[in-house]
Design a binder for this molecule. Structure first.
Ligand code: SF4
Ligand code: SF4
Ligand code: SF4
Ligand code: FES
Length: 596
């Protein structure tokens, strides 16, 4: 058991566990110490020195984020020397920085700007040095913009991409004054082993890494009376968007989000949750078909475990890193792309619209969805299936630009036809949600009974643990599925690409044997996606997750196969899961990519 340590901070006594840092001890006393290179998700780097504090009796200032507490320490966080040093450090950072805040995408939500404001850095000697240097600006990726002139070399992005996402697409190049954050061979982001997940974006404290935004393009189509603009909203957006408006702490703003989208002028406000339910129908059938081939037909070529395919960051990751396992991926498109393909076919037909007059916009918690929408194979409707992808953050900007008082909005409901969904769909936004939704449906299809978990809550697949495992034994299967009697259906869940890598290694080395694995690129699943509000932290992910399961619990229908609009879609248009029309519109194939 850890010993406790007594120390004082600014003369106030505090008792904390051994091993904690001065920063953590100060937090306990509600004393704020500024930080820049520190982030709760990441290992400590201690390289920016903004967090320096004074220890009585020690001539050197100490970095609070990297210094463990000792018994009897006397710390000052607000002495003259500390304040002057901090100010000087911020001035030095700004001296190498293109501090043109009014033309910066991060203006208003930038940690460096906030510190410069707090410390009133007004001396132009420090601010105006940068025009003499040349920096690279990379906007070739459809998802992410990298602007080196805004970089303070804190390396949060480097640690994020290496430790959370395994890929190390970003690394430190050169030394001293020349040091910069770069990619393999200094290639553009769209040519390297980048999953486009945006985790570096939500961890970057400045405007050096941002999403590529499509706000102006969407304003333009909304202003065009000839175009019919449909919008879909992903499950995780409704539990993140409120943070941009300091909305109430329950986290769920579904009805207000719908009302805001209607006020922005979208012709139809629909729900990606509808195609999340559809994904379960298609992917669940695919799983059962593969199991049948493996168990009944003894087909050696059938690939198990089946890997989920709704996270485009995960898809790009496996395309770069494990090309020999691409056939394990479900052929289902993500819910976003299923929606896009249906918007310009089924929806167009139903509403009597020409598909070329439909603009399909999606609101996603994700930057990888921007890449996904631009994949050349995502044109099965005969047009680009999804025209523009906006992140939760971009939607918040549009709502603010439109002068909408978000918190005062009356709640509204999604429009009909592709706007109806179930509790199983909304939990797609959390790690484990796809698995839980699939099990609720697959178990019931096979046995005719509800999955044997109280209130349909499959708790073993819930929570923020990096890798989760669960199994369900199939008993008393319906005659059609009697080959599954006694089968223990083994499942695993990984979120964050480092965890995905660990599970893939377990499978490849024969250390684990699963039937179905859910992979999500981002920590926490989509609720922690690279397009969600900044900051995103472990506490914030937990809060968003609670909101997702609360939304599920309140839904009148909680199983995908009971979604009336999905049943109508099969009856009127698709025929059956994995049928001919489904194959054409809802399924896809994958691409082998380079490792670097
Ligand atoms: S990164 Fe921050 S400090 Fe730098 S220009 Fe942008 S808003 Fe200003
Ligand atoms: S790109 Fe952002 S996170 Fe990476 S080193 Fe620069 S400022 Fe830090
Ligand atoms: S988007 Fe994701 S994979 Fe690409 S550099 Fe950033 S963290 Fe790494
Ligand atoms: S935040 Fe402590 S050294 Fe950077």
């Amino acid at each position: 058991m850890a010993n406790n340590i007594n120390l004082t901070i600014n003369g106030i006594a505090v008792n904390v566990e051994e091993g904690q840092t001065i920063l953590e001890a100060a937090k306990k006393l509600n004393i704020k110490i500024p930080t820049l290179c520190y982030h709760k998700d990441l290992c400590v780097a201690g390289n920016c020195r903004v967090c320096v504090v004074e220890q009585v009796g020690n001539k050197k200032l100490l970095p609070a984020c990297a210094t463990p507490v000792h018994e009897g320490m006397e710390i000052q966080t607000n002495s003259l020397e500390v304040r002057n040093s901090r100010k000087h450090i911020i001035e030095l950072l700004l001296s190498e920085h293109n501090a043109d805040c009014t033309r910066c995408y991060k203006n208003g939500n930038c940690e460096l700007q906030e510190l410069a404001s707090e410390y009133k850095i007004t001396n132009p000697d420090f601010i105006d040095l940068v025009p003499f240097k040349e920096y690279s600006y990379d906007d070739l990726s459809p998802s992410i913009i990298k602007d080196d002139s805004k970089c303070i070399r804190c390396q949060r992005c480097v640690r994020t991409c290496a430790d959370i996402q395994y890929l190390s697409a970003l690394s430190v190049a050169y030394k001293g004054d020349e040091m910069k954050i770069s990619t393999f061979g200094e290639k553009p982001m769209n040519e390297v082993v980048c999953a486009t997940c945006g985790q570096c974006v939500i961890h970057c404290p400045t405007g050096a890494l941002t999403e590529k935004n499509y706000i102006e393009e969407v304003w333009d189509v909304l202003a065009d009376p000839d175009m019919h603009v449909v919008v879909q909203t992903a499950p995780a957006v409704r539990v993140g968007l409120g943070e941009e408006f300091n909305a109430n702490s329950s986290g769920r703003v579904t009805g207000k989000m719908v009302a805001a989208l209607k006020r922005l002028g979208f012709d139809s406000v629909l729900d990606t949750d509808f195609t999340a339910d559809l994904t379960i129908m298609e992917e669940g059938t695919e799983l059962l078909t593969r199991l049948k081939k493996a168990i009944v037909d003894k087909d050696k070529n059938v690939k198990l475990p089946l890997f989920s395919s709704c996270s485009p960051g995960w898809i790009k990751f496996i395309e770069h890193t494990n090309t020999s396992m691409l056939d394990n991926l479900s052929s289902c498109k993500s819910p976003q792309q299923m929606f896009g393909a249906l918007a310009k076919t089924y929806y167009a037909k139903h509403r009597g619209l020409k598909p070329e007059k439909i603009v399909s916009v999606s609101i996603m918690p994700c930057t990888a969805k921007k890449f996904e929408a631009n994949r050349p194979e995502m044109r099965d409707s005969g047009y680009q299936d999804v025209d523009y992808v906006l992140t939760t953050r971009e939607l918040a900007i549009m709502i603010k630009q439109a002068g909408i008082e978000f918190n005062d909005l009356e709640e509204e409901k999604f429009d009909k036809l592709m706007g109806e969904s179930t509790g199983a769909a909304v939990i797609f936004g959390a790690t484990g949600g796809v698995m839980e939704a699939a099990l609720r449906t697959a178990y019931e299809l096979v046995t005719g009974r509800e999955v044997p978990f109280k209130n349909l809550d499959i708790t073993p697949v819930r929570g923020l643990e990096g890798i989760k495992e669960a199994s369900v034994v199939i008993e008393d299967a319906l005659p059609e599925w009697d080959f599954l009697n006694g089968v223990e259906l083994k499942c695993a869940i990984a979120h964050g690409l480092d965890n995905a890598h660990k599970i893939l290694e377990r499978i490849k080395t024969g250390k684990a044997n699963y039937h179905f694995v859910e992979f999500m690129a981002c920590p926490g699943g989509c609720l922690g996606g690279g397009g969600q509000p900044i900051p995103t932290s472990p506490e914030i992910r937990k809060k968003r997750m609670e909101a997702i399961y609360a939304e599920d619990g309140d839904m009148p229908i909680r199983k995908s196969h009971e979604n009336p609009e999905v049943l109508q879609l099969y009856k009127e248009f698709l025929g059956e899961p994995l049928g001919q029309v489904s194959h054409k519109l809802l399924h896809t194939h994958y691409t082998e990519r380079e490792r670097f």
